[in-house]
Design a protein around this ligand. Structure first.
Ligand code: F0G
Length: 448
């Protein structure tokens, strides 16, 4: 087999700025040892997130020029609606400015004190939007998914027995919705199998509870199903996507991931009454139902992105380039969540720096060292982000879509190898400031 190449040529480039180690030490100290607070211009390779960081195609940029900016009923909305319906099959498509706006609307309508929601793993904004209403969010990840070093094809699956127990415990009347996050971002970018989607869907149907997909990385999830699950290798990724969505009553989506755009999202659903309630709230918080917090040009770019993201040459390149970084880590002894997920490589900070206890944030420590050593920005996903709810101590290197080349990734691996060599010198951190919710975005730290 020949090298799997980037399935595109580069037409427009964006220079990146080099800094010295001494400069980076000062920059990081000034930023309170929180990479979220560093100016992007001071970052060489930015792996903070794969969200909103995609490179758009020339067809998407053409769409930007075609955008219809009419307030109501813009042509671009109908194009967007058709593109989302083609994948989800859902009847009501509500555009939002990003994923959390869809979550905010959905959970404001369905949440409240005394309500319980379950997912394989809730992403942090989803959990926050649920808890903000006074409801509770419970993660029901399968056991294998909790062990970074264990290899399994679908570590994002929900524990179906635990779901049945959850419904018994809290009562179906108190559970407005179940969520499957595909792929499971907080659990390592691991996919959810079609079998699990169907099993969870069956339990939900039996109990008359709607199942929603948190669908941010639906195409990557579908590609893993094609590669790993029996019976899917001859199906197209689009068909697999359609099958996944057909098992659910709706979806929340951040188009900043698998719609290959820099801003956007949606809430899709089939329940007319619920759709009405959501649209009414949308008008208060986002905008008129045919633009929902976006410009017409954004809707065009999403419609085109949804065509491109299910292209199998693209997905082969995408999944392989993530795996490539994972293999480089493993061959140098660096512990990661195995197997590599779709959009990111997750360093297992507990095994990387076992001398730093969870309450001193080993992931934060590695993240800081990566920046100082090589100007790489990554993201802690552990006790800083989730506090006592953290199941693992991870550092996520999220890979923006279509942005970095193989030599960028080789450089990332070289920096990590350097940091790993002096892992015993890494020190813990403590908060000097923390916000009451989603504290990782704005926290400041001191080195211990
Ligand atoms: N759900 C999942 C699984 C996500 O990964 C994200 C965002 C959201 C919902 C919220 O979407 O950002 O458009 O409001 N994840 C980004 C990340 C921020 O870096 O993983 P949003």
């Amino acid at each position: 087999m020949k090298t799997i190449i980037e399935p595109f040529r580069i037409k427009s480039v964006e220079p990146i700025r080099f800094t010295t180690k001494e400069e980076r030490k000062k920059i990081l100290t000034d930023a309170g040892f929180n990479p979220f607070l560093i100016h992007a211009d001071d970052v060489l390779i930015d792996l903070l997130t794969d969200s909103g960081t995609s490179a758009m195609s020339s067809d998407q940029w053409s769409g930007i020029m075609r955008g219809d900016e009419s307030y109501a009923g813009a042509k671009s909305f109908y194009k967007f609606e058709d593109a989302v319906k083609k994948i989800t099959g859902d009847e009501f498509i509500i555009p939002t400015h990003q994923g959390r706006a869809a979550e905010k609307i959905l959970f404001s309508v369905l949440g409240g004190k005394g309500k319980y929601f379950a997912a394989n793993t809730f992403f942090d904004t989803t959990r926050a939007n649920i808890e903000f209403t006074g409801a509770e969010a419970v993660d029901l990840l399968n056991e294998t998914g909790k062990h970074p070093e264990k290899r399994a094809p679908f570590k994002g699956d929900m524990d179906v027995d635990a779901l049945e127990g959850f419904i018994k415990k809290y009562g179906r009347e108190n559970i407005p919705l179940i969520v499957l996050t595909i792929t499971n971002n907080s659990g390592g970018g691991q996919p959810v199998s079609m079998k699990n989607i169907k099993d969870v869907s069956a339990v939900c149907k039996k109990n008359n509870i709607p199942l929603f997909l948190d669908a941010c990385r639906f195409a990557e999830n579908a590609y893993f199903i094609k590669m790993r699950e029996d019976g899917y290798k001859d199906k197209s990724v689009l068909e697999i996507c359609q099958e996944m969505f057909s098992c659910a009553a709706g979806s929340t989506m951040s188009a900043k991931k698998d719609a290959l755009v820099n801003i956007g999202g949606w809430l899709s659903l089939n329940d007319e009454e619920l759709a009405m309630k959501c649209r009414n709230l949308l008008i208060v918080t986002e905008g008129f139902p045919t633009y929902g917090g976006l410009a017409g040009r954004d809707l065009e770019a999403i419609a085109q992105g949804l065509e491109e993201v299910v292209d199998e040459h693209y997905l082969q390149y995408r999944i392989r380039s993530t795996e490539y970084l994972g293999e480089k880590m493993l061959s140098n002894g660096i512990p990661i969540i195995e197997p590599p997920g779709g959009h990111a490589i997750y360093i297992d900070a507990k095994r990387f720096a076992p001398h730093i206890p969870a309450e001193q944030f080993p992931g934060q420590s590695i993240t800081c060292e990566m920046y100082i050593e090589g100007g790489i920005r990554a993201c802690e996903i552990g006790s800083v982000m989730f506090g006592k709810n953290a199941m693992m101590e991870l550092v996520r290197m999220a890979i923006p879509r279509r942005v970095y080349t193989q030599s960028h990734i080789d450089y990332v691996a070289e920096v990590l190898i350097e940091v790993y060599k002096r892992r015993n010198e890494l020190r813990g951190y403590a908060f000097t400031y923390e916000a009451p919710m989603l504290r990782h975005f704005t926290a400041r730290f001191k080195q211990l």
